[in-house]
Design a protein around this ligand. Structure first.
Ligand SMILES: Cc1cc2nc3c(=O)[nH]c(=O)nc-3n(C[C@H](O)[C@H](O)[C@H](O)COP(=O)(O)OP(=O)(O)OC[C@H]3O[C@@H](n4cnc5c(N)ncnc54)[C@H](O)[C@@H]3O)c2cc1C
Length: 351
């Protein structure tokens, strides 16, 4: 590849680049605004055998130490419509675009499909990694395909929604974390699709209102209001959203738990039940708990917060105590949702 030499910045602080505002340094840091810049950066790291951390908005990361390789901010931009046909259309969006702005752009254009996912922080490129979801909707419901740079094959590829193997906060990308760089996504949206208002918070919000008259933008605004009431804004109280996934258990295990704990909160499906991790943590008495620099949010037990001057290790220490408590009381294993760096810290705290 020709062109100007790749010159990443050395020893760059990541504290303002992660929503937990944890202190950490990247040995090397660069931005990639297009595929050529991306390939140049990846080639540079490969030649020196350096690990690469792909960075979006840093809202799903726990940085518990310095990163010894190249932190690469994926900044590919652009949004465009195609396949406009009979009330439906495809929205193509670059990985570096802001997710929430993309949702608002789609609903203001009159399209439905993304409104329940308003106000989720971060970039479009990170959205497929954990198949972001909220208020009964997941990214996979609207996703057509994902264009990626496949580092193993050294080629650009398009992965269909099916090939992405999405699950609850899970995907192919989570299972092979170093392999794919998301370049852009294509989403199928519709002007006439039914609005999804079945989630309790939204039902309550629109109680008594004429549902037929609602627009996707009304729903997005409702989601924004509900979320703003419930979740701390990372700009004021640093956090990474839900720290643990809601554990999925068999129906038999759920029934046995329900006998012992009749108030247990769960979303019961046909073959399994998803327990509300926030309820389990709350029942163990952790809501509002504070260590010196880190704690558990006082309105949402699922959200761990950084009060300032703390380290990632302190947060992981608190998280491991919560996990052990829930395990001891309910025999349910909690799994951490954000990605932890460095790997040695993940292992030290058994996450
Ligand atoms: C207040 C708050 C509320 C939240 N609410 C929700 C919610 O309701 N639902 C939900 O699902 N999540 C939620 N999250 C988590 C988070 O916002 C999402 O996971 C989001 O998609 C992360 O985007 P990001 O750009 O910040 O990713 P980052 O944190 O920068 O990265 C996350 C992971 O994706 C990888 N990655 C980033 N960009 C790329 C790319 N282009 N190609 C390949 N890999 C990449 C990173 O290496 C990392 O492993 C919340 C977080 C916060 C702070």
């Amino acid at each position: 590849m020709t062109g100007k030499p790749f010159e990443p910045a050395a020893n760059v602080s990541l504290q303002s680049r992660n929503t937990l505002r944890l202190p950490a340094e990247a040995a090397w840091y660069a931005r990639a605004g297009d595929v050529t810049e991306l390939r140049r950066a990846l080639d540079w790291a490969d030649r020196q055998d350096l690990p690469v951390l792909l960075l979006g908005g840093g809202s799903n990361l726990v940085l518990a130490g310095d990163f010894p390789g190249l932190v690469l901010r994926v900044s590919l931009g652009g949004r465009c419509w195609s396949g406009v046909d009979n009330g439906s259309a495809i929205l193509e969006v670059g990985a570096g675009e802001n997710w929430h702005e993309t949702v608002m752009y789609s609903v203001r254009s009159g399209y439905r499909g993304l409104e329940n996912l308003a106000l989720i922080p971060g970039t479009v490129g990170a959205a497929p990694i954990q198949n972001i979801g909220a208020y009964g909707v997941e990214l996979s419901h609207a996703l057509v395909d994902v264009s990626v740079w496949d580092r193993e094959q050294g080629a650009e590829r398009v992965l269909t929604c099916e090939e992405c193997a999405f699950g609850y906060r899970d995907s192919l990308f989570k299972r092979q974390p170093e392999r794919y760089v998301v370049l852009k996504v294509r989403l199928r949206l519709s002007k006439r699709a039914p609005l999804r208002l079945g989630y309790r918070d939204l039902e309550e919000f629109f109680d008594g209102q004429a549902i037929d008259a609602l627009t996707a933008e009304d729903v997005a605004q409702a989601v924004i209001q509900v979320r703003s009431r419930k979740l701390p804004d990372p700009d004021f109280l640093p956090n990474a959203g839900s720290f643990f996934k809601n554990p999925v258990v068999s129906l038999a295990q759920f029934e046995s738990l329900q006998q012992r704990f009749p108030d247990i909160v769960a979303y019961v499906g046909q073959d399994s039940a998803k327990l509300a991790a926030g309820w389990l943590i709350d029942q163990c008495g952790w809501k509002g708990h504070r260590d010196a620099h880190v704690g558990v949010h006082n309105r949402q037990a699922l959200v761990l917060v950084h009060h300032g001057d703390g380290q990632g290790g302190e947060l992981l220490g608190l998280a491991s105590r919560i996990r052990d408590d829930v395990q001891a009381r309910y025999s349910v294993a909690l799994e951490v949702e954000p990605r932890i760096f460095p790997v040695s810290m993940r292992e030290e705290f058994r996450f």
